[in-house]
Ligand binder design. Structure first.
Ligand code: MN
Length: 246
């Protein structure tokens, strides 16, 4: 059986003042994590999917929603609370089109950081726009430490799919988010949280493989078994799925 093809969404350099040419951008750690788990990573620029998500999804076996800038608040009925909210409208449009279609055809999805947020918004949920100014907490969710370093604990619901995939009910994770889920969408179940109550993990209520995490497991592969297990579970699900090709 051929290795599963995993599409990874990406951002652009549009919000980076130092970038002279507009670039499609993705941290290397995502493609590396997919390859290491036995998948073939393919990067999906936002221009690929606008208007025609099925043409792409029909060729993929799994979808990885990667990290990036903020989802536009108007997509969940709010206005920006402050200038820390930085949106990438082209990316919003591409992912908002892709997500419902991918779920509809039962494609395995792993959503990371911005990924869990855009997944939630695409399914009708809402976000906390800026944790530092809107939530009282002693936990640092925007760490300065290196990307593989764990900075806070996460508790995972026993018996949940996320728990099965990670292989543990408790782990320490890195944290690079100033936003988080506020109200989870009806199609999602919250199955992981930080000690301050911040939502750190969700899963779909349906049959398909649909997991989202607020931390960055792709940065922790070398230091943590749950991170490796999560990617293995995702790529295995994609290998067992005929995707849009079936
Ligand atoms: Mn966090």
């Amino acid at each position: 059986m051929p290795k599963p093809l995993i599409g990874i969404t990406c951002g652009t350099s549009a919000l980076d003042p130092s970038a002279k040419n507009l670039q499609d951008r993705l941290n290397h750690s995502y493609s590396r994590a997919v390859a290491r788990a036995g998948g073939i990573p393919v990067v999906i620029p936002n221009a690929t999917t606008s208007g025609h998500p099925h043409d792409l999804l029909a060729r993929l076996d799994g979808l990885l929603l990667s990290g990036g800038y903020d989802v536009a608040p108007d997509l969940y009925g709010e206005r920006k609370v402050n200038d820390t909210v930085e949106v990438d409208s082209e990316r919003d449009a591409a992912e908002m089109a892709l997500i419902p279609k991918a779920i509809e055809i039962g494609m395995p999805i792993l959503a990371i950081c911005r990924g869990i947020q855009v997944l939630n918004v695409a399914l009708g949920g809402t976000l906390i726009q800026d944790i530092p100014s809107q939530v009282e907490t002693s936990i640092c969710h925007s760490q300065k430490a290196d990307r593989h370093v764990a900075v806070h604990r996460v508790s995972v619901e026993a018996g949940s799919r996320l728990c099965d995939a990670l292989g543990t009910e408790r782990l320490d994770v890195n944290s690079f988010h100033h936003q988080a889920l506020k109200r989870a969408a009806a199609g999602l179940r919250v199955t992981a949280a930080a000690p301050d109550g911040t939502i750190e993990g969700v899963e779909g209520i349906g049959e398909g493989f649909l997991l989202g995490v607020q931390w960055h497991p792709e940065e922790m592969l070398d230091v943590q078994e749950p991170a490796r297990k999560l990617f293995s579970a995702f790529v295995s699900a994609a290998a067992g799925c005929s995707g849009g090709r079936g």
